[in-house]
Design a protein around this ligand. Structure first.
Ligand code: HSE
Length: 403
């Protein structure tokens, strides 16, 4: 019997409890015969009406000091006290699984190292892509590859908002409220709409793919707050979709170019068809070529599904923990904007003739309003696009194109 504790009984924590209770037979088969049972649920709130209210505790030490507890699911979110709790649990010889992307992106290097030193597991499949298996494939199934590129829709809330705006004509505010009611948005939705959530997730994926800590604070990050309904409609008319993309390219010089930004996705790219709260992650490996991982990126049961899969993996690997590691880089790891060219989708107020003079070969179409044009440029460096945009009478929007 494996005794499990759940820390945090919010959207994901209650999902973890439900899955373990409902699928106990299936889980037992998948652990090769070890039953999995929840012994504690840690939460500062009262749950007096819960049918198993005896499982609840407000005292972390009940979990830490119970030798029967071998695996802990940390689904409380935030950095503190999640960091202190996780560190103590790993040092006490307990495996920890988590959906906490903020914690993994910030303290992942140290916590993974602590797990290895204490011969336990620290797993975080649910931290990126909700229910989509992507951490395990990157760590395990793609191990023969050098990963060359990762580009993904990593935030369900913003994808939901952009989708509601284009398909149902919702305002940004109404769509956000809807996402909050459905339990997709972060406690502070600024983390979603300003791109910080996607930034942490691409940092985790890039760290895993490269083996080096990618410091999320060094990733240029822009959210969707400046995207208007007209931008979304114009992109649609031009043959594309605007999506918030987490991007990492592993350059031949050993550096990583990474950013989070709204991008124009041409309709023929599979990411353009990813709607609602779904996430999709395109991974390119030097041997395997292009792969795409797709599924529910947020929500109670999809995220809990990934957490429970890690619980099962910890039970199976109790005696031979999986060694997942990345280390701090010894030299500058991150490339800057001068290492990467992008094409741009531009909305501008100027004559077709003038636009053609500045952007030769641009395919130009009428924009949203009278006197407005839209076009896609050839790939160029950030410095060149900003110089050229300054030559136009007025630029309404300039968005990178995912190539
Ligand atoms: N707020 C996150 C999202 C939850 O919308 O994707 C899942 O990490």
């Amino acid at each position: 019997m494996a005794k499990v504790a759940i820390m945090g009984y919010g959207t994901v924590g209650s999902g973890v409890y439900e899955i373990i209770a409902q699928n106990s037979e299936k889980l037992c088969k998948n652990t090769n015969g070890t039953a999995v049972e929840v012994k504690y649920i840690l939460d500062i709130r009262d749950f007096d009406d819960h049918p198993h209210k005896e499982l609840f505790t407000k005292d972390f030490n009940d979990i830490l000091n119970d030798p029967q507890v071998s695996v802990v699911a940390e689904v409380m979110g935030g950095l503190h006290p999640a960091y202190e709790f996780t560190k103590s649990l790993l040092e006490a010889g307990k495996s920890v699984v988590t959906s906490n992307k903020e914690l993994v992106a910030t303290y992942g290097t140290e916590l993974l190292d602590t797990a290895v030193k204490n011969h336990v597991n620290y797993m975080f499949e649910a931290s990126v892509g909700g229910g989509i298996p992507v951490i395990r494939p990157l760590h395990q199934d793609l191990t023969a590859n050098h990963i060359t590129k990762i580009a993904g829709i990593l935030n369900g809330t913003t994808n939901y908002i952009l989708n509601e705006m284009i398909n149902n004509g919702s305002t940004f505010e109404d769509a956000l409220k809807d996402a909050q009611e459905k339990g997709y948005a972060e406690r502070n939705p600024a983390a979603d709409i300003e791109g910080h959530d996607a930034c942490r997730k691409i940092a985790i994926l890039a760290s895993l793919a490269s083996g080096y800590e990618v410091d999320y604070s060094g990733i240029e990050t822009e959210g969707i707050v400046n995207i208007t309904l007209d931008d979304v409609k114009c992109a649609d008319k031009f043959g594309g979709r605007i999506k918030l993309i987490g991007y990492a390219e592993f350059l031949e010089n050993g550096r990583i170019y990474s950013l989070v930004s709204p991008m124009f996705i041409p309709d023929e790219c599979p990411l353009a068809g990813v709607n609602d709260v779904f996430n999709a992650i395109m991974v390119t490996g030097d041997c395997v070529g292009d792969l795409m991982f797709y599924g529910a990126g947020a929500g109670k049961l999809p995220t809990a599904s990934a957490v429970v899969a890690d619980v099962v993996d910890c039970v199976k690997h109790e005696k031979s923990p999986k060694k997942i590691l990345w280390v701090k880089p010894q030299k500058e790891l991150m490339a800057d904007e001068n290492d990467k060219q992008f094409a741009y989708f531009v909305r501008a107020c100027d004559s077709e003739e003038n636009i053609k003079k500045i952007f030769a070969d641009a395919k130009i179409k009428p924009g949203a309003a009278d006197g407005e044009m839209m076009f896609i440029t050839k790939p160029m460096m950030a410095e060149e696009i900003s110089r050229k945009l300054n030559e136009l009478q007025k630029t309404v929007t300039a968005i990178k194109v995912l190539g």
